[in-house]
Design a protein around this ligand. Structure first.
Ligand code: NAD
Ligand code: GLY
Length: 363
């Protein structure tokens, strides 16, 4: 059975459809296309698995879909790869009314969305996320970006899709490590604003790891419902949306510091969340038992809870590029309790360094 949520952004509102076998159902996509022409941006891993199902279904409903198959990997989330998309769009004479469909994980979604935002100053865009992480987070909310060697997701735009189609069947082919990485972002929603969901995750983690479709449907829908509420309230991240970055300031430092693609985004977020939890405990907000409870869930999910030993000074240097830095002041998302996060500059540099050292592999 398909569930449909709505991201409420006035005339830019859009549906999120969640269910099994949706890729083959062009009737869900066709009403959102302005022309009988689309471009499908995907990569060398996803194309052999799902491209034909999608383009075949579109062809049967009279839509010609041209594929653009990119190299796979976080290290390709760059200007150079973006230019490959622009070359394909120009080469096939795409117009402002042609729709760009991103078929893949968060890397494809972020890059495809940024290309759509830029091409002829904006072309319609549809997200078809095929990883757990992209179904629960990156496909919703309109953040698009590429990486810079000095900082993760530093070049980008807010640009909302017209539709998000989360086909749970695609998760069957996902590597275990990638499934776990997606769970890091799922657990995040429980930690920042949905304590009942955190408890549900504690009770249903085994079913999620076994890819039980009913459990996955609940997790994806509950995550998207949380994200849609936050995005509707604060699309441009002037306030509440920053809470979605729990663990990300440390996590982005891990990804940039190690080199893109070394740790998966979700893995870096997991280790970063444990640093944030450690710091929250040092401020007297979380109890030691809360930190252990969070750690237990991440460990059960197969996620790292110790960060790489880059050295606290290097972490702080990398974190200076964080998008939450304001007037040179670092602000962090920390936990007042499980289910309630805040953005704060309350932590001293010494506390931050101590929390990093306590959670690094060398400690
Ligand atoms: P990813 O896009 O690299 O996908 C992970 C791997 O799985 C890739 O090798 C991919 O080709 C492969 N894959 C995708 N679907 C598959 C399937 N169904 N079966 C088998 N393999 C499949 O990584 P991700 O975890 O999806 O996304 C991470 C990216 O998302 C990062 O760049 C991160 O910065 C970004 N992100 C963006 C937002 C946002 O709000 N825009 C939020 C969170 C993360
Ligand atoms: N992934 C964080 C956000 O969308 O704001």
């Amino acid at each position: 059975m398909m569930q449909t949520l709505n991201v409420a952004l006035g005339e830019r509102s859009y549906p999120i459809h969640i269910g099994c076998g949706l890729l083959a159902d062009a009737a869900l996509i066709a009403p959102h296309l302005k022309q009988k022409k689309a471009v499908v941006v995907t990569n060398t891993t996803v194309a052999p698995l799902y491209l034909e199902t999608l383009t075949g279904a579109l062809a049967r409903s009279g839509v010609a879909a041209q594929p653009v198959v990119l190299p796979d990997g976080e290290q390709y989330k760059t200007w150079e790869t973006l230019n490959l998309i622009f070359a394909a769009l120009l080469g096939s004479h795409c117009e402002r009314g042609t729709t760009l469909i991103a078929l893949g994980g968060g890397v494809i979604g972020d890059m495809g969305g940024f290309a759509a935002a830029c091409y002829q100053r904006g072309m319609p865009f549809i997200q078809i996320p095929t990883t757990l992480l992209s179904q629960v987070d990156s496909s919703v909310g309109g953040k698009t970006a590429i990486n810079h060697p000095l900082g993760k997701n530093m070049i980008g735009a807010f640009y909302q899709p017209r539709l998000v189609l989360a086909d749970l069947s695609t998760l069957d082919t996902l590597a275990e490590r990638e499934l776990a990485a997606g769970l890091a972002e799922v657990i995040k929603y429980g930690l920042i604003r949905d304590p009942d969901f955190f408890v549900w995750l504690e009770n249903n983690l085994a079913a999620l790891l076994a890819r039980d479709k009913a459990a996955l449907a609940t997790a994806v829908a509950r995550s998207c419902a949380n994200k849609a509420e936050v995005v509707a309230a604060d699309e441009r991240e002037t306030g509440e949306r920053a809470l979605l970055n729990l663990g990300h300031t440390f996590g982005h430092a891990i990804e940039t510091g190690l080199g893109y693609g070394e740790w998966l985004h979700g893995e870096a977020v997991a280790a970063g969340t444990l640093i944030a939890a450690e710091l929250s405990a040092r401020l007297g907000w979380l109890m030691a038992g809360d930190v252990q409870r969070i750690e237990r869930l991440f460990v059960r999910a197969g996620l790292p809870v110790q960060a790489p030993a880059l050295g606290a000074a290097r972490y702080l240097e990398l974190m200076r590029h964080d998008k939450k830095v304001q007037d040179g002041q670092l602000r962090l998302v920390l936990l007042e309790r499980i289910g309630r996060a805040v953005v704060t500059d309350a932590a001293s540099t010494a506390d931050i360094e101590a929390a990093i050292e306590a959670r690094c592999r060398c400690a």
